[in-house]
Design a protein around this ligand. Structure first.
Ligand code: PLP
Length: 360
């Protein structure tokens, strides 16, 4: 059971158009403080700026017991508001909680808190095209002790952030993506499938290395043979073969179960595409780009939706002569999928299932 108390209501600010992603927070957050084993919860919605003291001994800061989600609420064509695939995000959050030995607050509690929060922040859901209210549920360990072990006390939060296009200027340039076999994001039996702080911490040095080489993103290969594509640091991966075969790496325990990935697979048939989940060898992809079999590659995720890949740069940490290969500049499949997803998210086209949670 969940009880929600509203502490204070601040005026809705004027948000700038196309803000830098992740910078325009809404005035309130929802917070639930909980103990392991608890089944009834009290949430408060309060001003985000009323920050509470955090001791340096807090478990999350040392041992990384932290999980989160990233999803969006969209203004609909009839001016109502809807959250995109909230149920899948709720499931994934519980899965992450289990993997990090954290308490599961339950999908129903998660969804109720989310709906109440979005109802409360409804005026902040932008009208503008390509804009949305980005929602960031987060749970962290709050015990204060410097001994490795799971915490007994936790805090669950939902933050809101007004976002525009993920790309500056609104227009996505095809990404230049680095592949360096020496960097490993996740291994079988590890945390790859959880949306947890550790995976993002592990991606920061490779990302900095990629940027030093003029790349936008890192594509990670499997952590054992360093041959098969897993995913990017914050997005899943697809290729298009022969113009209509849509392939993505099969989920293998090291890949995040992306909601955008799943949505793309579910709408592919209706767009005349053949969806496939396979083990994808990176060397084979390179051969198939050269021979013209692979016609497109793209990354996908909640924040950017679909980002086409224009070039792969592959190198080793020590090499000073990286190799590179370019992809065709036309990306009709990526464009078609992007347009379809955007219309479903705005309620302009019908989703193949109950994908939108309407907020009254
Ligand atoms: C590592 C990783 N893979 C894939 C994704 C894409 O997942 P989704 O489509 O659910 O946003 C994300 C973003 O959340 C991510 O962080």
């Amino acid at each position: 059971m969940l009880k929600i108390e509203i502490k204070n209501r601040l005026p809705t600010p004027q948000y700038p158009q196309n803000p830098k992603f992740g910078t325009q927070f809404t005035p309130h957050l929802l917070q639930i403080d909980l103990q392991e084993g608890q089944t009834d919860f009290n949430a408060v919605i309060r001003a985000s700026q009323d920050t509470e003291p955090f001791r340096a001994s807090t478990v999350v800061l040392h041992y990384g017991q932290s999980i989160f989600e990233g999803m969006k609420a969209f203004r609909q064509k009839n001016n109502t508001v809807a959250i995109f695939r909230a149920d899948l995000h709720a499931k994934r959050f519980m899965h992450s909680a289990r993997m990090l030995a954290m308490p599961e607050i339950g999908e129903d509690v998660f969804l109720q808190a989310l709906k109440e929060y979005v109802r409360f922040e409804k005026e902040s859901v932008p009208q503008l095209e390509d804009h949305a209210l980005y929602l960031r549920p987060l749970m962290i360990a709050r015990d204060e002790i410097v001994k490795v072990g799971k915490s007994k006390k936790y805090s669950f939060y939902i933050l809101g952030c007004v976002v525009g296009s993920y790309f500056s200027g609104g227009q996505a340039k095809p990404a230049k993506v680095m592949v360096c076999k020496e960097f490993v994001r996740a291994v079988p039996g590890g945390l790859g499938e959880a949306k947890t702080a550790a995976n993002y911490a592990a991606s920061l040095a490779p990302q900095a290395f990629a940027e030093k080489h003029g790349c936008d993103q890192v594509l990670y290969l499997d952590g054992i043979e360093h041959k098969f594509v897993d995913e990017l640091g914050g997005m899943n991966f697809f290729i298009v073969r022969n113009g209509n075969e849509l392939c993505t790496p099969k989920l293998n325990g090291s890949i995040l179960h992306g909601v955008t990935r799943q949505s793309i697979l579910e709408i592919a048939n209706s767009l005349g595409l053949k969806p496939k989940e396979e083990k994808l060898s990176f060397d084979e992809i390179l051969e198939q780009i050269k021979s013209g079999v692979v016609t497109e590659a793209f990354a996908c995720g909640t924040a950017a939706v679909i980002h086409s890949i224009g070039e792969f740069l592959f190198l080793t940490k020590k090499s000073d002569a990286p190799n590179s290969i370019k992809l065709p500049s036309e990306t009709p499949v990526g464009q078609k999928l992007l347009s379809e997803l955007k219309q479903i998210q705005r309620g302009i086209k019908k989703a193949p299932g109950q994908w939108l949670t309407l907020i009254e």
